[in-house]
Design a binder for this molecule. Structure first.
Ligand SMILES: Cc1ncc(COP(=O)(O)O)c(C=O)c1O
Length: 461
């Protein structure tokens, strides 16, 4: 009898998509109903993402890997909301769990409930190392803030170091850790927050003689920076395992093991912001498991409740008591519906072998994208870790000059063909649900391939 874990994980039946029916563009999107509704809404609702501004359709419903707009157009989903509905839209198990809890108990502040007890017990079972202290929040950025509070409480220090092109949310701490120019209103970084470069294999700052990235040089720089760039009161590093907003930037394999060693040597903490990368997105519970590294503090969000607003801060055994000094979570943190959504999502990942599925989809996507890179003059780099994928568009493969106009056009063209996905300047970002069938994934990538070809014809004359 073959072990369950070695059977190539197939997509769950409930998420089957008939490619004769989807994508199906009945009227050129955004269609008349979308236009009308969008105009009504945006008279009052302001401040939209580039995703919506570039393609203002109005969605009616989603099921598994499909989204349907109010004009009846049917799209393949390559964005999962925004990296959120990792297990597909309206996963039956998650929907049922939330519906049941909504009729039983919606909120009782931070009193213990049975569902919360089961969730924390489950988390200690699935997470690596001794990550065994938890608090729950209602957004990624509030979980990041809590992570920063725990770091300060655990270390008694206040300075934080993060990396160029990071994104950690929109509260003041999150903004202070991030690539601040992405916020048009231009707030100042809070005192005590520092940024350093991190290794980008495609755009290395320091290389070895053979041209490959030199991770040690980055670590040497951090050493120097701790000494000369800070006031010597550093609590620790806050890092995204893979930079999401920055463009699905996967670090070299030796980076995080070296960072773990560096933080241990310096007696500072390592916090992994896994709001985007946890819970099957990259084929593991935590992305850091790819490199066998256990962070001291970790945040999880987005796919953690598969669309229900629930996020988590987890800490290692020795830092558990630090939660006492930051007090309780928030009005909504860990409410019974949130815990039900998170527990059901975790159980669905186990029951449907979705860690394996995510890995498998990432592998076939990478092969397909490598072909695009070989065939298209504007595809500079392609990368994937599970269902977290990116395609970097450049004007010239030698100079690697970013090609933002191409990124915009490819996004819009593929969307018009029926692919709902994420724009990001010159880096195309893909985040399909991990329940997707192989053929559907390949169909979506074909649509991107076609859109790149059409864009090249327009822009490379
Ligand atoms: C790594 C990371 N941290 C934090 C956040 C903020 O999460 P939220 O938008 O739920 O506040 C995000 C959101 O994209 C993220 O990608």
């Amino acid at each position: 009898m073959v072990q369950n874990s070695v059977i190539p994980a197939s997509a769950p039946e409930w998420a089957h998509l008939d490619l004769n029916e989807v994508p199906d563009i009945k009227v050129i999107p955004p269609g008349p109903k979308s236009n009308q509704m969008h105009t009504r809404c945006t008279k009052y609702f302001k401040g939209l993402s580039g995703q919506v501004k570039l393609f203002p359709v109005v969605f009616d419903y989603g099921k598994g890997c499909e989204l349907v707009d109010i004009d009846g157009n049917r799209y393949i989903d390559f964005s999962s909301g925004i990296y959120v509905t990792t297990l597909g839209h309206c996963h039956p198990k998650v929907t049922e769990a939330v519906q049941k809890m909504a009729g039983q108990l919606m909120n009782c502040h931070d009193f213990t409930t049975e569902i919360k007890t089961r969730l924390v017990e489950k988390l200690t079972e699935i997470l690596p190392g001794d990550l065994s202290g938890f608090q729950f929040y209602d957004s990624g950025t509030t979980a990041v803030e809590a992570g920063l509070r725990v770091m300060r409480a655990a270390s008694g220090k206040h300075e934080m170091i993060s990396c160029f092109y990071d994104y950690h949310g929109k509260t003041y701490g999150g903004v202070s850790l991030g690539h601040i120019r992405s916020f048009v209103y231009g707030p100042c970084r809070a005192p005590g927050f520092h940024m350093v470069p991190r290794p980008d294999v495609y755009r290395p700052m320091w290389t070895k003689q053979d041209g490959s990235i030199d991770t040690d040089k980055y670590i040497e720089f951090y050493d120097e920076y701790l000494d000369k760039g800070t006031v010597g009161n550093v609590a620790g590093f806050v890092l995204e395992p893979i930079q999401g907003w920055g463009g699905s930037v996967v670090p070299p394999d030796d980076f995080f093991p070296k960072m773990r060693q560096f933080c241990d040597d310096k007696g500072i903490l390592l916090m992994a912001d896994e709001v985007l990368t946890s819970t099957a997105r990259t084929g593991k519970w935590l992305c850091m498991e790819h490199w066998d590294v256990v962070p001291d503090i970790v945040t999880m969000g987005k796919g953690f409740g598969n669309g229900f607003p629930v996020t988590c801060v987890a800490v290692r055994e020795q830092y558990k008591e630090s939660f006492e000094s930051i007090s309780a979570s928030s009005s909504y943190g860990g409410n019974p519906m949130a815990c039900a959504a998170a527990l059901a999502s975790i159980e669905a990942i186990e029951e449907e072998n979705l860690l394996e599925r995510s890995t498998h989809l990432g592998n076939i996507a990478l092969e397909r994208m490598k072909k695009m890179k070989a065939e298209h003059p504007i595809v500079g780099d392609v990368r994937a870790k599970g269902c977290l994928m990116g395609i970097e568009l450049v004007k010239d493969k030698n100079t690697k000059e970013p090609f933002d106009e191409a990124g915009k056009r490819v996004y819009q063209k593929a969307f018009a063909k029926g692919l709902a996905w994420i724009p990001a300047g010159h880096i195309l970002r893909m985040s399909p649900p991990v329940v997707m069938e192989d053929e559907v994934l390949l169909k979506g990538l074909d649509m991107i391939d076609e859109a790149i070809g059409e864009t090249e014809k327009e822009l490379l004359r």
